[in-house]
Design a protein around this ligand. Structure first.
Ligand code: KG4
Ligand code: ZN
Length: 382
């Protein structure tokens, strides 16, 4: 007996495939497992999210102070098929109703990415559905088209726990990177700062909450790289500055009061917001110089949940007369709906089956730009 493989085409006989949707419009299953969320979703070409199941792993990693790759990979292995089944059930479709499968093929924690890609290969081989490997960052960057129907080109600030990039998004596979972080991502800086202050993980929401009652001006936090031209950013020095202020307080008083913590959080958050807003302003100037008509600036990634950062970006965009788009929070953080949607966008321009699909720990969106974070045997990091 021969095993079905991709090249054999559909395994189900044609008369068993009702194809409820796929003759009318594309409908894709998306699979995401690149960090600590196991997710599966079903999305249609006309931007309906029929399901978006996200199984988080926060409690599995909580006692380690960060995501442990091997624990994440095992949890994905346990939950991926469950998430896919739930996503199909919630969407009230079967594999036979789909037009394709999109899976995050990188960049990310390689154990998790391999689990997702392996499952997607199996589903594709068993169903004959075309398979598209999606860059996780492209999934985030294309989200404003899913949620707001934004037209190309637009400026995207992608800010998450692992990434920070300013991109001109010109097409589903066409990204121009204007700048990015040269060290920590902003979410990573929030998480590390929260840890320094004994706040819970993920650190971003905890720092934002503590900052509410704080005085942002009490401590003099730096605005790294604002004195340098261009759109590159740096956040690791900010976390070090916070550690220094914390140590000074502990040495002077033997500990931190509630208001010390609030002031440190408020000062840190204001510094991150200032850097992100100013660098996005510069990127908008560059984008505007070769683009006639209304400019759109969009934000995505978990840090986009931060209301001080959102409102700073909104104010800056309105000074420019630019439109500001912020997808709903559930679609800013990691999810498979964005991967399904990116698959649909790539399928429209003929990507299905174009490249061999394999898991990639590193996968820069704009390969024409030099690496910001160095490179190694596995290629440029970002
Ligand atoms: O995009 P995401 O869900 O996962 C990836 O990193 O890919 O982003 C998670 C990051 C974490 O570092 C978390 O601390 C940060 O987003 N975050 C926030 C807020 N909510 C989540 N950072 C600042 N303020 C927030 N309200
Ligand atoms: Zn992400």
């Amino acid at each position: 007996m021969r095993l079905a493989c991709l090249a054999d085409g559909p395994v189900l006989p044609a008369d068993k495939k009702p194809h409820k949707f796929n003759e009318m419009k594309r409908i894709f299953l998306g699979i995401e497992s690149s960090c600590d969320d196991t997710s599966a979703a079903v999305v249609t070409e006309d931007a309906q999210i029929l399901s978006n199941v996200v199984v988080g792993q926060v409690e599995l990693h909580a006692s380690f102070g960060g995501v442990v790759p091997e624990i994440a990979a095992r949890a994905h292995a346990e939950k991926l098929d469950v998430a896919v089944k739930a996503a199909l059930e919630q969407a009230e479709v079967s594999l036979a109703d789909l037009s394709g499968i999109a899976v995050t093929a990188g960049p990310g924690l390689i154990g998790g990415v391999i689990r997702g890609v392996t499952l997607a290969h199996g589903l594709s081989a068993g169903s004959g559905l075309p398979l598209i490997g999606v860059n996780h960052l492209a999934g985030h960057a294309l989200t404003p088209r899913l949620t707001h129907g934004v037209e190309f080109p637009y400026l995207m600030l992608l800010v998450s726990g692992g990434h920070c990039q300013l991109l001109i998004v010109r097409g589903p596979d066409n990204f121009q990177r204007l700048g990015g972080t040269i060290d920590d991502a902003p979410g990573e800086a929030f998480d590390k700062s929260a840890r320094l202050l004994g706040l819970q993980q993920p650190g971003g929401p905890a720092v934002e909450e503590a900052a509410k009652g704080g005085d942002a001006k009490r401590f003099d936090f730096p605005r790294p790289l604002l004195d340098k031209p261009g759109c590159n950013m740096s956040f690791s020095g900010l976390k070090t500055a916070l550690r220094r202020e914390r140590d000074n307080l502990v040495e002077a008083k033997g500990g931190l009061t509630v208001s010390d913590r609030q002031d440190l959080c408020a000062g840190f958050q204001a510094a991150v917001a200032d850097v992100l807003v100013e660098k996005t302003r510069r990127a908008l100037e560059i984008f505007g110089a070769d683009h006639a008509g209304t400019l759109t600036v969009a934000v995505a990634g978990g840090v986009a949940a931060n209301s001080e950062i959102r409102s700073g970006l909104l104010d800056m965009a309105s000074e420019f007369g630019a439109e500001f788009v912020a997808p709903p929070l559930a679609l800013c953080t990691d999810n498979a709906a964005m991967i399904a949607w990116a698959g649909i966008e790539l399928d429209r321009i003929g990507h299905a089956g174009l490249q061999p699909l394999f898991a990639r720990p590193r996968w820069p969106l704009d390969a024409s730009q030099p690496s910001l974070l160095g490179s190694g045997k596995k290629g440029a990091k970002a």
